[in-house]
Design a binder for this molecule. Structure first.
Ligand code: SAM
Length: 227
């Protein structure tokens, strides 16, 4: 189990934390449905427009290199949303068989044309695939959306379908300031904590894959002008 940041090339987002605080409870309920509002509603409700822009291409190259992926290998992304990473993995590694699963019917129905038929609606806690059926699994910013027991089950499922060959990234905070930004910004996470909390949880789940954290940083520009 290694700590490695495969999302090092993901662009940094501007976050107007203050704007989200107002209608947080209402927006949280809406976001947790993972429907149109979460993906393509306002920034206060979720992504504020979830559109393909090629940002996953350099990350896809790093994932291919990290796992030594080749044509014919099979990769599953859990929490694939509209399939941007699925599409880019296939683009950078022709012949790689990439599939995705997501709880959101909205995301799967509005997937990128290149991945239609490769994405399925389903729950991370119960993957409809045999043991050891994938070369690698990826799950990025998804399993923290589950209650702790279900979160552990989802991590065990990753391990079951691709033992020792997972990449899991989850939200975390290292101190009280980061925790405050996290609580103000994040709409859907139900299981969260420090990296040490997560390492203990991953061990408890018997996870042998790799992992890293998404840590929200305070954007000084937004806070100064908008608080
Ligand atoms: C923050 S988004 C991340 C999407 C994508 N992995 C990315 O990094 O851009 C979380 C995704 O997890 C999905 N999700 C939430 N709960 C899930 C569950 N129980 N099983 C599968 N997918 C789930 C949501 O629909 C959403 O697409």
């Amino acid at each position: 189990m290694a700590e490695i940041n495969l999302l090092a090339k993901y662009p940094k987002a501007k976050r107007n934390v203050a704007a989200r605080v107002g209608a947080k409870a209402e927006n949280r309920l809406l976001a947790m449905q993972f429907g149109r509002e979460y993906f393509d509603g306002t920034r206060e409700q979720g992504y504020g427009g979830f559109r393909y822009d090629g940002r996953w291409l350099p990350i896809a190259r790093d994932i291919v290199e990290h796992f030594g992926l080749k044509a014919g290998h099979r990769v599953l992304e859990i929490g694939c949303a509209k399939g941007f990473l699925v599409k880019d993995l296939m683009a950078v590694c022709p012949g790689l068989e990439v599939f995705g699963i997501d709880i959101s019917e909205y995301a799967v129905v509005n997937a990128e044309p290149e991945v239609i038929g490769r994405l399925h609606v389903g729950n991370a806690t119960r993957l409809p695939f045999p043991d050891k059926s994938f070369t690698a699994t990826l799950s990025i910013n998804t399993v923290h959306n589950l209650e702790q027991g279900a979160c552990v089950r989802a991590i065990q499922e990753m391990e079951r379908v691709a033992p020792g060959k997972g990449y899991l990234q989850v939200d975390a905070y290292r101190n009280a300031d980061e925790e405050r930004v996290f609580l103000d910004w994040v709409l859907t996470a139900k299981t969260h904590g420090t990296p040490a909390f997560w390492v203990e949880l991953l061990q408890r789940a018997g996870y042998n894959g790799d992992h890293y954290w998404t840590i929200l940083e305070l954007d000084r520009e937004w806070t100064i002008t908008n608080v």
